[in-house]
Design a binder for this molecule. Structure first.
Ligand code: GLA
Length: 719
């Protein structure tokens, strides 16, 4: 059983293939107590064995030993709360007690436990949802808060889940792994040994942000054992929210570490009118003994199976072309047609026009100072609209896609001149510009409707099957002066809810369209947006070596099928580094290979090699995009290697990259993973097939020499 109710203990045991998660109603106060999260035990009795895991019944008078499943503020508690509410009589104290439970199935057909808590005086109910992903050892949690009374309740803080790790000795702590970054260097992997106190990972920017990503991993668990890619205990999770988020990792002197995560309480307030329910985003987490590699593979599979939009999830992602690095805003019919011809010859399947195609007259989008908001096709650049270009692209056998940044407006635009009140602002305050633009107040229903109808018109009038949806600034002056005072702080959440809603409506009306999430690169990548967009523009940094670091971090949390990677020019537009074309291609082939260089100026060698490798990529991309990922060697070591294995273990691909030659050393052997040890594999470059076991234990020899050498090895099972 994945969900067991143990009546004698008033407890629930959630069981997955390898793990279990246990909570119960604790006497005498009827609060909800967390008991266990980790490796599954063979006997259920052990979860409750006196003196073992479960502490003797504790009451609210023992704040330091109290492990509350979903902590609230009130009584003797000072830890990061999961919920804070203010009642109509200004009481700011919540005391949640157990009310009831039910089990059922989620909309995604997962077994679900719903435990309802209620305030012991006020008309507030909190429904804690637990969905069990048995085969992936994951639990998906979220909460619904319900006002069952006749007066309003204000929410000031609401997490999606609190996760509790096994208790440690006072002198031992967990190690946190998280992702930090900025423009051009998103998803950098960081490790930090925790100490007593809080570590806060968060965004207050209004969007996910490149600075921190809502994903965490904790290791150094049992006996201070640290995990590697392959072995060791890791507790990890990812939050499905694309607005202000917060994950608080808190360690107490008592040896307790917990992770409380969800909506950021910074400037947050939600007005819950009588009868209303508010739902917090999902927070998925898991435990594995299989190291960071298994943690990633579990999250990848979960995202593929349950998160990504269903209508395109089973298609391989096409090779696209985008000329942003070539022309920036100077796109026109002629130069795009010329590139389209070149791109088609190299095997490109989707041709995308980036920024610069819209707005007219003095607001024409010729740079980032004007035009956002005026989504009319620029008549100088495209005198006959987009149709001639789209026809040409289709004639060449490709599909057509386009860039938009719908949530934004330049003051230099017809839209802003007509509706200056449509942006976030406070009276008497300057409207702060970032990249010369302001942010539309998507919390407003009329603005949300405008954005939907603008895109509806664009997609309805043109044969567009791909949208790159960009977002290039943070929210400042988050004011909504026209709203009721008690609703004004809801902008942070309403913006994201309405964004999701617009995407959902567009997907329903235009199911053929594939959406890519971009925020100055990989600034909006999270499990929330990935429910509405099919892929992510990983970074504006397309340097093939630096990309390996970005891709390593991205792949810790998100699946390869969503990780876009372009082959661009030498020297690279960002780093100015010149890398061999084969190396550039191999780096992009580690994700969703696409092209973004000036094909009109590439040498014949570059064109021929790219054409060859695009063709090879198409042969193996299903393994790369849908297979299991093994990070064999980190780019941090100067030698990077990744391996992908098809789910039936019949095919595998290895990509390896040397940064620079040193002391004539040979490159390390690659001990391959995920193969069937008994099966025989034909390995490119080897005369005879060898067993999976030999590849795992003798290892694969790859000889990379000099600087920026790389290789790709295909393996095919022969028996
Ligand atoms: C952002 C994106 C780029 C490009 C530009 C267009 O910076 O990350 O890829 O689309 O906007 O202005």
């Amino acid at each position: 059983m994945t969900i067991d109710y143990v009546e004698a203990q008033n407890a629930w045991i959630l069981t997955t293939r390898q793990t279990s998660y246990v909570l119960r109603v604790a006497a005498p106060d009827n609060w909800l107590q967390h008991l266990y999260w980790g490796q599954k035990l063979p006997r259920n009795e052990d979860y409750f064995a006196p003196g073992m895991i479960a502490p003797p019944p504790v009451s609210y008078s023992s704040p330091n030993t109290l492990v509350e499943e979903f902590g609230n503020q009130g009584l003797l508690k000072w830890r990061e709360p999961a919920i804070r509410a203010i009642f109509d009589d200004r009481v700011r104290d919540t005391v949640l007690v157990y009310d009831s439970f039910r089990t059922g199935q989620s909309t995604t057909s997962l077994p679900e436990l719903i435990v309802t808590m209620r305030d012991n005086f006020y008309p507030l109910k909190v429904h804690l949802h637990y969905q069990v992903v048995e085969d992936l050892d994951l639990i998906v949690r979220f909460v619904e808060v319900e006002n069952t009374g006749s007066t309003p309740i204000r929410l000031e803080q609401l997490a999606s889940a609190a996760w509790h790790l096994p208790v440690k000795a006072e002198t031992e702590t967990y190690r946190l792994t998280h992702l930090a970054g900025r423009w051009g260097s998103e998803f950098q992997v960081r490790h930090q040994q925790l100490s007593e106190g809080k570590t806060v990972l968060e965004s207050r920017y209004g969007f996910t942000s490149p600075f921190a990503n809502p994903w965490f991993a904790l290791d150094g668990g049992y006996n201070q054992e640290y995990a590697t890619e392959e072995y060791g205990s890791v507790w990890y999770g990812a939050l499905a929210w694309s607005g202000n988020w917060k994950i608080v990792i808190e360690t107490l002197i008592s040896g307790r570490t917990s992770v409380v995560g969800g909506l950021n309480n910074f400037d947050f307030e939600w007005f819950l009118a009588p009868g209303e329910t508010f739902t917090a985003p999902a927070f998925v987490a898991g435990y594995t003994a299989g190291g960071f590699g298994q943690a990633s593979r579990n999250l990848h599979r979960y995202t593929l199976n349950y998160v990504l939009p269903r209508n395109h999830v089973n298609e391989v992602r096409p090779v696209l072309y985008n000329a942003w690095e070539v022309y920036t805003f100077d796109v026109n019919e002629q130069n795009q047609m010329a590139l389209a011809e070149k791109a088609a010859k190299l095997g490109v399947e989707l041709f995308v026009v980036d920024d610069g195609w819209f707005a007219n007259g003095s607001y024409a989008r010729n740079n980032d100072r004007a035009g956002l908001g005026d989504w009319e096709i620029n008549r100088q650049k495209f005198p006959n609209g987009l149709k001639p270009l789209i026809d040409k692209v289709k004639e060449l056998g490709m599909r057509f896609g386009i860039w938009v940044e719908p949530e934004m407006v330049n003051p230099q635009s017809e839209l802003y001149q007509a509706h200056p009140d449509w942006v976030y602002h406070f009276p008497h305050r300057e409207r702060t510009l970032q990249r010369n633009q302001l942010m539309l107040n998507l919390a407003r229903a009329d603005v949300a409707e405008y954005i939907f109808s603008m895109l509806d018109k664009l997609l309805g009038a043109n044969d567009i099957t791909f949208i790159k949806w960009d977002y290039n600034r943070s929210i400042t002056e988050p004011g909504w002066p026209d709203a009721q005072p008690e609703r004004q702080r809801e902008v942070w959440v309403r913006h994201v809810q309405n964004l999701y809603d617009i995407l959902q409506r567009l997907r329903e009306r235009y199911p053929q369209v594939v959406f890519e999430s971009c925020a100055s690169g990989g600034g909006r990548a999270d499990l929330g947006i990935l429910h509405y967009t099919d892929q992510v523009w990983t970074s504006d940094n397309t340097d093939a070596w630096e990309r390996l670091f970005i891709q390593e971090g991205y792949s810790l949390a998100y699946p390869i099928k969503t990780m876009m990677a372009w082959v661009t020019d030498a020297p690279n537009a960002v780093s100015k580094r010149s890398l061999p074309v084969t190396y550039r291609c191999h780096s992009a082939m580690s994700g969703v290979m696409s092209l973004g260089g000036n094909l009109l100026e590439w040498t014949q060698v570059e064109l021929d090699e790219t054409k060859r490798l695009v063709a090879e990529y198409k042969q193996i991309r299903q393994i790369i995009q849908e297979g299991e990922l093994y990070r064999l060697s980190s780019p941090q070591t100067g030698f990077a290697a990744v391996q992908y294995v098809s789910r039936d273990q019949r095919e595998s691909v290895v990509l390896a990259f040397l940064h620079s030659q040193k002391f004539l050393r040979s490159t390390p052997r690659l001990y391959l993973r995920g193969l069937d040890e008994k099966a025989l594999y034909r390995v490119e470059g080897l005369e005879q097939p060898v067993s999976g076991a030999a590849l795992a234990h003798i290892g694969l020899k790859v000889s990379l020499k000099l600087d920026f050498d790389s290789c790709l090895v295909e393996l095919h099972r022969v028996n």
